[in-house]
Design a protein around this ligand. Structure first.
Ligand SMILES: [Zn+2]
Length: 265
């Protein structure tokens, strides 16, 4: 048996799969996972062991999905070689490399494994990373669950889709690089981006309706909910206050200030 620096024994794949099922991961369903392995370890086999546990909980008819976009705006994205953005963590960067995993062919990539993997990850570069016709949009359309494992709603991509559906007025200019006829071409786009700290409001919204399961998975805190629920609740609130997720002007948050500057006055 192996132990971490705090003397905790590494949990086996079967134990972690049982925790996931007890939390409410649906056998045969679709689950999008955002995770920080540091907050969840130790698990036997490390990040690959956690992925194995997730697949065991979903069963052969279930589809596991993870974010898989690049953090490099200047290099053309190659789904077979480009690493995930560093802040997506080691589990996401292990996942797309696994045998049989599908990965989108554009810089706003997601990766998936299971019967719905291709229908979620395929498709051209979306107009913005979290548009309805994007991998996160398809997870929503297919009524997938979202699992935040050792991370909070600040990592919850579904809330960016809610912002697009609600038509929030902020748009931060960005670019990525695509190969066109074998040459790298810079593609400019606008994204509803900010620091995402205030996405934490979703905890209260979901808890008040009993729509978020919470518990321990590995050694980390887990939140599980349906993409449809968090998006419906956020869209309802954004209709009343479209800049609800931004820190107030002058509050000293550089990323939210950049979003405010993009709002037409
Ligand atoms: Zn902020």
């Amino acid at each position: 048996m192996s132990f971490d620096a705090e003397g905790r024994p590494a949990l086996g794949v079967g134990e972690v799969a049982a925790q996931l099922r007890a939390l409410g991961v649906e056998r045969g369903g679709i689950v999008l996972v955002h995770t920080s392995f540091r907050a969840v370890r130790p698990i036997v086999n490390g990040p690959a062991g956690l992925i194995e546990a997730l697949r065991a909980a979903l069963g052969p008819d279930g589809t596991l999905v993870m974010p898989s976009w690049t953090g490099d705006d200047d290099a053309p994205f190659d789904p077979a070689a480009t690493p995930c953005a560093a802040d997506l963590g080691v589990v996401a960067d292990t996942f797309w490399r696994m045998r049989g995993a599908a990965r989108s062919d554009h810089p706003f990539a997601f990766a998936a494994l299971g019967p719905q993997a291709r229908s979620i990850t395929d498709g051209p570069l979306p107009a913005s990373p979290h548009a309805p016709d994007s991998p996160i949009g398809r997870v929503h359309a297919m009524d997938g669950q979202v699992l935040l494992l050792g991370v909070g709603h600040d990592a919850d991509t579904a809330l960016h889709l809610a912002e697009v559906i609600a038509g929030v007025p902020y748009r931060v200019p960005k670019f990525c690089t695509m190969l066109r006829s074998g040459r790298p071409v810079r593609v400019h786009y606008e994204e509803n981006d900010h620091c995402c700290e205030r996405f934490a409001l979703a905890d209260e919204w979901l808890r008040a309706r009993g729509l978020q399961a919470e518990g321990r998975v590995g050694y980390g805190q887990a939140r599980l909910f349906r993409a449809r629920d968090v998006i419906a609740l956020a869209v309802e609130r954004l209709a009343r206050d479209p800049c609800l997720f931004l820190h107030p002007r002058g509050a000293g948050c550089a990323e939210c200030e950049a979003a405010w500057r993009s709002v037409a006055v």
